[in-house]
Write a new protein. Structure first.
Length: 156
């Protein structure tokens, strides 16, 4: 079945659900996992010349710290259930592209993500990285709705 599962995480509670379910699936099928977190690059155009000379270094350090924190959660959860897990931090302007490119580069055969469960006009207006991955990925994507979205769907 699946041998290598990619689980994107942004450190949110919602991505925690994807980690939990992705690891359960990986354990059940004997797959390994790569957790990925994506952060945007610092664009020099937003800085005034000379004002923040150390801004790029501070930004890079802040992004490293956040990435380490996000990936530690996934690695610790994987260790607790006995699933091999690597962590990867990627800098990219478009998280969905980084996720798709990482899945291809790491030869993942499944992407496990969470979704807010927005429907109708809210989904169209707000968009989501999950929808973009679903739309553009050639790798299968398994989407877990947020707990409140699952509850609302079950009631309807």
């Amino acid at each position: 079945m699946y041998q290598h599962i990619l689980i994107p995480t942004d450190g949110s509670e919602l991505s925690g659900y994807a980690i939990e379910h992705g690891l359960a699936l990986a354990k059940a099928v004997g797959a390994r996992v790569t957790a990925v977190t994506v952060h945007p690059p610092l664009h020099p155009s937003v800085l005034e010349a000379g004002v923040f000379a150390d801004a790029p270094e501070r930004y890079a350090e802040r992004m490293r710290t956040l990435a380490d924190s996000h990936l530690r959660v996934a690695r610790d959860a994987a260790r607790a259930v006995g699933v091999p897990c690597d962590g990867l931090s990627v800098e990219h302007d478009h998280p969905y592209r980084a996720i798709i490119e990482t899945a291809a580069r790491k030869v993942c055969d499944l992407i496990v993500m969470a979704s807010h469960g927005r429907r109708g006009i809210a989904a169209v207006v707000l968009g989501s990285e999950t929808v973009k991955v679903l739309t553009h990925s050639t790798v299968p994507v398994l989407v877990f709705p947020a707990p409140r979205a699952r509850t609302a769907m079950a009631a309807s």
